[in-house]
Write a protein that binds this ligand. Structure first.
Ligand code: GDP
Ligand code: IMO
Ligand code: MG
Length: 423
């Protein structure tokens, strides 16, 4: 059975760890959107790996990893990631890493414009400044440089010149910046292209003949950062939702039977935008410390709040989720009371349907008793404290989707099944 896994909140739900776990049962792991705005952490054999572009399945040497056509690739970041992995003894070659020739390249002008636009705009998004938005913008404006152009010297030179002809005056006039010299960008980037070329192929053709394999699609970001379904404009620039897995991967012949949603046992957000259950004060400090809530990509402290079931209900609908995975349950371990948002209120009245905007929305909470115990070494659902079981059973019942796994610690092994037979 093929699986797509997506984050149900605002990213950093622990997708990397879960992909690493679930990929034991698949052949191919595919990234289908986003770029190095993502930071997916896996802790394996006492080593910490943070993946920005390469699918988290790469640690398993018999898996093929794919960077699909919907991904935006920063060549320097990609090569650096390969270098770090190789240094750690992980094998990365053209046999286990395939990059779509249709994926788009993040160029230095994308990164710079990302920062400059944030400085200039009144409504700031708090982007990762990795050039993600400007690169996707060029893709739809039809002036992007695709992987297939990038690895072809003539085509790369032509496209780069054309882009600089248009972009340099914008840098000078709108932002009073110097602009880019063709020869220096070309010389540096064509060297990077040469190193990346062996990994590039027409991934659709390559996998069309391998439809009998088991695929796992690794979502980046989270549902409410989706360009359409998210809290626009405080979103990223790609389609994060499960339905984009086929289009973004370029592997539309695959059936997606299992649609797994990952949610933290509480909620976090990095960057600007509305966040109904956001906390301040002591509990925020506790969650940030206990949960290590600092961005895997930018190191920014993550905003933290209680679990929001109204938000998860919506995420389940927009992704058609049929399995839930709850992560970081251990982090709630020392709290005497835990709150969960069931519904929203606006202007003192209960909001019936999911609101168009989350601005000025107030949560309606249910309170749970905490369990006051370290649960990270527990291997069996039945051994969890009754308060923790109660918390999970309530989530499952309220959302009407079965929980398959519960993550109770950072490490690969710190995970347990909710019921027998799940894999
Ligand atoms: P992703 O972007 O969804 O892959 O998540 P990140 O890797 O950005 O952030 C999740 C953080 O939580 C990482 O530091 C993980 O090592 C850590 N983590 C994942 N699952 C658990 C868990 O169950 N308990 C604890 N305490 N930490 C976890
Ligand atoms: P993973 O895959 C958390 C947020 C940024 C910003 C907004 C737009 O690790 O869950 P962008 O640079 O994409 O234009 O920024 O999206 N953001 C993330 N937040 N986790 C991520 O990825 C994110 N990727 C982007 O903080 O608010
Ligand atoms: Mg992350």
């Amino acid at each position: 059975m093929n699986t797509v896994l997506v984050g149900l909140q605002w990213g950093d739900e622990g997708k990397g760890k879960i992909i690493d776990y679930l990929c034991r049962n698949v052949d191919v792991v595919v990234r289908f959107q986003g770029g190095n705005n993502a930071g997916h952490t896996v802790i394996a054999n006492q080593k910490k790996f943070v993946f920005h572009l390469i699918p988290s399945g790469i640690l398993h040497k018999d898996k093929i990893c794919v960077i699909g056509q919907g991904v935006v690739v920063d060549p320097e970041v990609l090569l650096n990631e390969i270098k770090i992995l190789k240094k750690a003894g992980v094998s990365v070659s053209s046999k286990n890493l395939k990059i779509s020739n249709f994926s788009h390249i993040i160029m230095p002008y994308h990164r710079i414009i990302d920062s400059l636009r944030e400085q200039k705009r009144v409504q700031k998004i708090g982007t990762t400044k990795r050039g993600i938005g400007p690169c996707y913008k060029d893709r739809v404006s039809r002036c992007g440089i695709r992987m297939g152009d990038f690895i072809d010297k003539k085509s790369f030179a032509f496209k780069l010149k054309d882009n600089l002809r248009e972009k340099n005056p914008i840098f000078k006039d709108a932002y009073q910046q110097k602009g880019f010299k063709f020869s220096s960008v070309y010389n540096k980037y064509s060297k990077l292209a040469k190193k990346i070329k062996p990994f590039v192929c027409d991934t659709t053709e390559y996998f069309y003949k391998k439809q009998d394999k088991k695929f796992l699609f690794e979502g980046a970001q989270g549902t409410f950062l989706d360009i359409d379904a998210g809290t626009y404009p405080f979103v990223t620039s790609s389609s994060v939702v499960a339905s984009n897995a086929l289009l973004g991967s370029g592997l539309p012949f695959v059936n997606l039977k299992k649609r797994v949603g990952v949610a933290k046992a509480y909620t976090t957000r990095v960057g600007e935008g509305p966040f109904p259950t956001e906390l301040k004060g002591k509990i925020l400090d506790y969650l940030q410390d206990e949960g290590g809530e600092y961005g895997a990509t930018t190191g920014r402290p993550r905003r933290c709040g209680w679990l929001d079931l109204a938000l998860l209900k919506r995420a389940i609908k927009v992704n058609s989720i049929n399995r839930l995975i709850i992560t970081k349950l251990d982090v709630l371990g020392n709290l005497a009371k835990i709150k969960v948002c069931l519904k929203y209120k606006k202007n003192g009245k209960i909001v019936k349907n999911f609101p168009y905007s989350l601005e000025k929305i107030k949560p309606v909470y249910k309170e749970f008793k905490g369990w006051n115990k370290d649960i990270s070494k527990i291997k069996n659902f039945s051994r969890l404290p009754k308060e923790a079981k109660n918390y999970l059973n309530f989530i499952e019942k309220y959302l009407k989707v079965p929980i398959s796994f519960i993550s109770v610690g950072k490490d690969r092994e710190e995970i347990l099944k909710k019921r027998r037979g799940e894999n």
